[in-house]
Write a protein that binds this ligand. Structure first.
Ligand code: ADP
Ligand code: MG
Ligand code: MG
Length: 908
């Protein structure tokens, strides 16, 4: 048996791994290897595989350390050789310091913590100081190491509304000495900080800070494995649907130093704009700094390109003179390194054929790349980048379509601020446009509170000095995020863009007081709970609420949608009950209505009284009288909807809910009903009681109503066909499809069909107009799916009502499942909520069987889906697989379903 390979080395233009080994090496490790192979400068190191993480979870720490000890030692030896340094040097060579970095298959920003400068101790710091001739750099690296290792590996942490204990020590010295920035610390200050930091560690953890480099290394490696199962990592995986089995790799890599002085720097860059998609190289950097400084928002970074720097200055109202002297771009400060970086980003984008998100460090003028990956982007950027790369000939049409994340399109369909509302809005201040969109909500200062408020239905804007991975849940719950510090690549900005959430970062005028729960902007103080609005597209912060509107399908978005139509087999309909919704959906590209619920029309305004009159009537004549009142109202509704969807099929479902939904329960309302309808309140009460059911969802509803009260079906059929005849007479082309709900036996359908066809013939004769119409049924009871062949002999179309079908297949009451579904998902009994994501293994069998049996009986049977699942991408893919003609979903999900349908067909 060949031994399993657990450690892969890279460095000096060689690598044992490759880009396509992400599952084993994680995204970071695979790309570090690949960059080496294509001649990009990367510090040497090695990757411990994701499989080892799984072994770690199974076998435990000691067993796994034994398993990989020799390989890790060999990895370090190789790194020493390439970098010409010695791990645990006693003075014979430059000390090898390493970073220990996590890296899962897909990037999980901020989830897994990185430790830098590992290998530092009281000996190493002296050797580094001496050999580099730069004691400040040596001691800065040491204090950083204790800070990161103390936090990540040893668990030193800040209390809520307190500052990080290490930061407190730094702030004290800064205050004493009047320093503005971390770069002002002298060697002596840094030496003092190292002492103080060790005390912080001892006080908080009861342990001494480890001095042996190997002990440090194993501590950090195991901490990375442990971090796979922290609460925030688990939450992120839940949000993004990442399986827990994947595990994370560990990358151990020789340090390169961006903190060696003013000819050194560190930064983050994108080969295109991650917010807008514009094809422009951009990013941020800090001189004399290391790694996390840029993302953590400790100092506000500067722009990499001159163009970016000028745009930034314009937005901030900084003059060109001030910009050039105080905030120069990398292009100006280090032109050679800049040039090399520019070429590398070009090379990497062309190599990966996608927008790259890069991390780099410049050590004494020399460029080193530390990471590349396909960059996260907003929905707008996703669309624009794919369309432009297609136009540039970098990718083909199918790739452009497959690059779209259907759920991300959602952002483009979200509201933006009304033009007029914006004009009159009072702008409080301006930050950086970190993630586009519009947000209005009430101010909260803590992530957990954002969650609590949102759970109570409040819209909130989360305001923080800066965000950290702990704030993830709160950021998710908020409408938008505002931070006082941090740049375009700060944690808040990156995470918000990933979530498609509006974010304004680095708004320096915002002074947050966590203790008092207030923020002050240019002298005006806002309390927790006050309203405010954010414009993530411009960076503006407005006072109070600002009105929003729905955006349009146009430009690049339209192009992607056209491409989707080119590659799709299924088409998309919408679920709509009003002409307005039908029109919205049509504008989003819906080709017909898959579900028009007639009962919604019964509730509006005065109509409810006619419905109630019908319910109270105790004979046919009485019901008929009430139905006669409803007829013209329904006809008018149907005319409106059929007109809005002119030329496309409109599936109209006959009355479905149990009648008790139309009667009041409260005594006062019952009294009102009695008065209005001129009967004794006793009669109303009795009626309500007689309608009471123990399980109304399985009670007197659906076609069971039409089969007990055929006159209801007659009225509805008449209203539909009359409406169609009227439109036809006006020269339109209405296509009603009358749908009988909740069929379990073919006989139930036959009796309804007989009524519908009889009435239709009558109406068309009366009107002297012929219309095309169909009669079909909803398949939502398991028995209907099982006997689909019998039913299809009669029904002209099937629409799978997967909400009820899921309810009845699982035996979960839709209205009560909220009590246990979340627990089931948390415990892993169910992978997803089956009411949101179609259960392909169970419910899917019924859908597949129903479709097949139906088509066996009637080859041209039209088949679609009208449950919530019709707009959910994985369910859409399933529907394509079973050969449905269309999916139907809510108007705002139509573009998402169109894209998902095209992708499903391409992947097939
Ligand atoms: P994340 O996954 O959170 O981005 P990384 O492992 O990429 O974490 O580390 C964060 C930052 O630390 C990097 O962007 C880089 O600037 C810095 N860093 C990591 N490894 C090294 C190294 N070997 N030398 C210098 N800086 C490093
Ligand atoms: Mg990190
Ligand atoms: Mg990184």
């Amino acid at each position: 048996m060949t031994q399993k390979k657990r450690v892969y080395t890279f460095g000096n233009g060689k690598a044992e791994g490759r880009a396509d080994m992400k599952n084993l090496l994680g995204g970071k490790g695979a790309n570090l290897a690949e960059m080496n192979l294509i001649g990009v400068p990367v510090p040497a190191g090695f990757t411990i595989t994701t499989e080892v993480c799984t072994e770690y979870n199974e076998l435990g720490r000691d067993a796994v350390v034994d398993l990989i000890k020799a390989d890790v030692e060999a990895g370090i030896a190789n790194t020493e050789k390439v970098m010409n340094a010695k791990f645990g040097s006693k003075g014979e060579a430059f000390p090898l310091l390493v970073s220990v970095r996590s890296g899962a298959r897909v990037s999980m920003p901020g989830m897994m913590d990185t430790v830098l400068n590992l290998g530092m101790n009281d000996d190493a710091v002296k050797i580094v100081a001496e050999k580099s001739g730069n004691p400040r750099f040596a001691w800065d690296s040491y204090r950083r190491f204790i800070q990161m290792y103390g936090d990540v590996v040893m668990g030193v942490a800040a209390e809520k509304s307190e500052h990080d204990p290490f930061e407190i020590e730094m702030d004290k010295i800064k205050e004493q000495k009047g320093y503005k920035s971390d770069t002002d610390f002298t060697v002596e200050d840094l030496q003092e900080l190292v002492k103080l930091f060790k005390v912080v560690v001892k006080n908080q953890t009861g342990k001494d800070f480890p001095t042996d480099p190997w002990e440090q290394l194993w501590g950090a490696v195991c901490a990375v494995f442990d971090s796979w199962n922290t609460e925030r990592a688990i939450l992120y995986r839940q949000l993004e649907g990442i399986p827990g089995e994947w595990g994370t790799a560990v990358n151990v890599q020789a340090m390169v130093y961006g903190n060696m002085g003013d000819n050194s720097a560190t930064g983050v860059a994108f080969s295109r704009d991650a917010a807008t998609g514009e094809n422009i190289f951009n990013g941020e950097y800090l001189i004399n700094a290391q790694g996390e400084d840029v993302v953590a928002g400790v100092r506000t970074p500067q722009e990499i390109t001159l163009e970016g720097s000028r745009r930034w200055a314009k937005m901030q109202g900084v003059s060109e003179e001030e910009r050039a002297s105080k905030y120069p771009s990398l292009e100006e400060t280090m032109p050679n390194a800049y040039k090399e970086l520019f070429d590398v980003q070009n090379k990497l984008e062309n190599h990966y054929k996608d927008m790259q998100d890069l991390e780099f460090t410049i050590q004494d003028g020399k460029l080193w790349m530390l990471q590349t990956r396909n960059g996260k982007r907003t929905g707008a950027a996703m669309v624009r980048i794919a369309v432009e790369m297609l136009q540039e000939g970098m990718i083909d049409e199918k790739t452009a379509l497959l690059r779209q994340d259907p759920n991300k399109l959602d952002e483009l369909l979200h509201p933006v601020f009304e033009k007029e509302a914006i004009v009159s809005a009072r702008t409080l201040t301006k930050g950086l446009p970190a993630s586009p969109g519009a947000a209005t909500g009430r101010v909260v200062f803590f992530a957990d509170e954002a969650e609590e408020w949102a759970a109570k239905g409040e819209k909130v804007v989360l305001v923080r000095i800066e965000t950290s991975p702990e704030d993830l849940r709160g950021m998710h719950a908020a409408e938008g995020i505002l931070t006082a510090r941090g740049g375009m690549t700060s944690h808040a900005a990156v995470v918000a863009r990933g979530m498609g959430k509006c974010c304004v970062s680095g708004a320096g005028d915002v002074a947050v007081d966590y203790k008092a729960r207030t923020m002050t902007i240019k002298g005006v103080t806002f309390k927790e709970g006050d309203w405010m609005s954010l414009n993530g597209t411009t960076g503006e912060v407005y006072e109070g609420k600002v009105g929003t509107i729905t955006p349009q399908l146009s430009g690049n978005f339209g192009k992607i949608m056209d491409l989707a139509d080119k590659y799709t087999r299924m088409y998309v309909r919408t679920n709509a009950d009003t002409p307005h919704d039908a029109q919205v959906a049509r504008d989003f590209g819906a080709k017909g209505i898959g579900l028009c619920r007639t009962e919604h029309m019964f509730f509006e305004g005065e109509r409810i009284w006619a419905v109630r009159e019908m319910i109270l009537a105790d004979d046919l004549a009485g019901r008929q009288k009430a139905l006669d009142k409803l007829l013209p109202i329904q006809r008018g509704d149907f005319e409106g909807i059929l007109e809005a969807m002119d030329g496309f099929g409109v599936t109209i479902r006959l009355l479905d809910p149990p009648l008790h939904e139309f009667t009041p329960n409260e005594p006062e309302a019952q009294q009102e009903m009695a008065e209005k309808l001129g009967v004794d309140v006793k009669i109303v009460k009795e009626k309500v009681e007689s309608l009471h059911e123990f399980n109304p969802m399985l009670g007197h509803r659906g076609c069971r109503l039409g089969n007990t009260y055929p006159e209801i079906t007659e009225m509805q059929a008449r209203a539909i066909i009359e409406a169609a005849c009227n439109l036809k007479a006006k020269g339109l082309n209405p296509k009603p499809e009358i749908m009988v709900p909740l069929i379990g036996t073919v006989k139930e359908f036959e009796m309804q069909e007989e009524i519908i066809r009889r009435v239709a013939t009558e109406v068309m004769k009366e009107k002297g107009v012929e219309v095309d119409y169909m009669v079909g049924t909803m398949i939502e009871i398991p028995r209907a799916a099982l006997t689909a062949d019998e039913i299809a002999k009669k029904a002209e179309f099937f629409s799978f009502g997967t909400n009820d079908l899921t309810q009845m297949t699982f035996g979960y009451s839709r209205d009560d499942a909220g009590k246990f579904l979340p627990i089931y998902i948390e415990k892993g009994i169910l992978k997803n909520d089956p009411f949101q994501v179609l259960d392909q293994t169970g419910v899917g069998q019924l859908v597949e069987m129903g479709t097949k049996k139906g088509r066996d009986a009637r080859a041209d049977l039209k088949v679609g889906i009208c449950g919530e699942h019709g707009g959910e991408p994985s369910s859409v893919e399933f529907c394509n697989g079973v050969g449905m003609d269309y999916v139907s979903c809510s108007p705002f999900r139509v573009p998402i379903a169109r894209l998902a349908a095209a992708q499903a067909n391409i992947r097939k």
